[in-house]
Ligand binder design. Structure first.
Ligand SMILES: [Zn+2]
Length: 381
């Protein structure tokens, strides 16, 4: 049995590079953090631990013994490791070509999975959290019956990661839409509250928390040093909105917050750019946010919209997730694409034979990328 297969089967692996074991352990911890954050509050780690947590703890202990490190003694301690030890820590030694070396799995301020954690937990067989979001939307589409009804429901979810009781008395409220989507919302988990109150980031509209755990007050500072939000490092021109009665609010399932609501602003920018350029398109059902352009002749051109922090994981997702068109434009927020090495890391993570068919771009650069003559050259390799 090969080393990887033995690892998947939970069998000991001998003669293996320690880096591989650490990297695989980091992925397992990402899956553990993601799952535990869904099933229980973070302060209630009591024995017996859930099976996957016990397994992850056992493997961490074994790995620590192998590499001469002092192992964690409990699940709370392992959780703290996930908060403080980044992917590049020698214990994990995750290659920077897969995950940026400063990425941690539990956010220091938020006490819950980081975006990098959710993206890593969506990497590989099964598709994890992102695939769960896709499955929820598939189910919604099946229940909606008509394309237009589904599109209205999907747009509502993307624009309303949080619904407050008072929203339901607003002028634009659609009872038909709400009756179809309300099952995708739940009560506010305790770990998203501070002092019984809830903050909403004005930029991503997702939950936010004061980093120091204090009770939020009206008009807190909006800087990322003081406030953590699920979007992580949002540019904000206003302080977070304070909601005093979270028991009257419902929150969208985490997978849809991350993989539908978060990229939605970019998706709307893409639609706006295509409308203004007069470019027709049809939604592609197998992706969370993707279109096939119309009027492109024999050349098939797709657009996928994503908002993911980890460029190499994004590259793996688009390269292996769906059948590729002649040209696929992968649109991410300009703020992400402008980061050091993001574009390079994305391109380098693509299999060389398909690099010419997958192009990373932003809403602003989308139309120039479509019209770029060199993209006419099909890569037949
Ligand atoms: Zn935000």
């Amino acid at each position: 049995m090969r080393a990887q297969a033995r690892r998947r089967a939970g069998l000991p692996v001998t003669g293996e590079e320690p880096e591989d074991v650490g990297s695989e352990l980091f992925r397992e911890l990402a899956r553990m953090v993601t799952t535990l954050a869904e099933i229980q509050g973070l302060r209630s780690f009591t024995l017996p631990y859930p099976d996957l947590a016990q397994r992850a703890l056992d493997r961490t202990v074994m790995h620590c013994i192998d590499v001469g490190r002092t192992p964690p003694r409990s699940l709370p301690e392992l959780w703290e490791w996930c908060r403080t030890k980044p992917a590049g820590d020698p214990l994990f030694a995750v290659p920077a070509s897969l995950v940026t070396s400063d990425a941690t799995l539990v956010h220091p301020g938020g006490r819950m999975p980081t975006r990098s954690c959710l993206e890593l937990a969506s990497h590989g067989v099964g598709g994890g959290v992102a695939a769960h979001a896709r499955a929820l939307l598939d189910d919604l589409e099946a229940r909606c019956g008509t394309g237009e009804r589904y599109r209205r429901c999907r747009r509502f979810l993307a624009r309303h990661p949080v619904v407050h009781q008072q929203d339901r008395f607003g002028s634009g409220w659609n009872r038909d839409v709400w009756s179809r989507v309300k099952d995708l919302y739940g009560e506010f988990p305790e770990h998203l509250l501070a002092g019984g109150r809830f903050l909403r980031c004005p930029s991503c509209e997702l939950p936010a928390l004061p980093r120091d755990g204090t009770t939020p007050v009206s008009g807190p500072s909006s800087t990322n040093e003081v406030i953590w939000c699920e979007g992580e490092n949002c540019p904000r021109d206003a302080p977070p909105e304070l909601i005093r009665d979270p028991e009257q609010a419902l929150i969208l399932h985490r997978s849809l917050r991350m993989f539908l609501a978060l990229p939605h602003r970019t998706e709307e920018a893409v639609e706006d750019v295509l409308d203004r350029a007069g470019v027709g398109r049809e939604p592609l059902p197998q992706c969370l946010s993707a279109y096939r352009l119309t009027g492109t002749g024999t050349r098939i051109v797709d657009i996928q919209v994503h908002d993911r922090l980890q460029p190499a994981l994004l590259a793996a997702h688009v390269a292996h997730g769906t059948p590729l068109a002649d040209l696929t434009l992968v649109v991410v927020p300009g703020q992400l694409a402008g980061r050091d090495d993001y574009r390079e890391a994305f391109t380098e993570a693509l299999p060389p034979l398909i690099r010419g068919r997958l192009v990373l771009t932003t809403p602003v650069d989308l139309v120039p990328a479509l019209n770029c003559p060199q993209r006419e050259e099909k890569d037949d390799a």
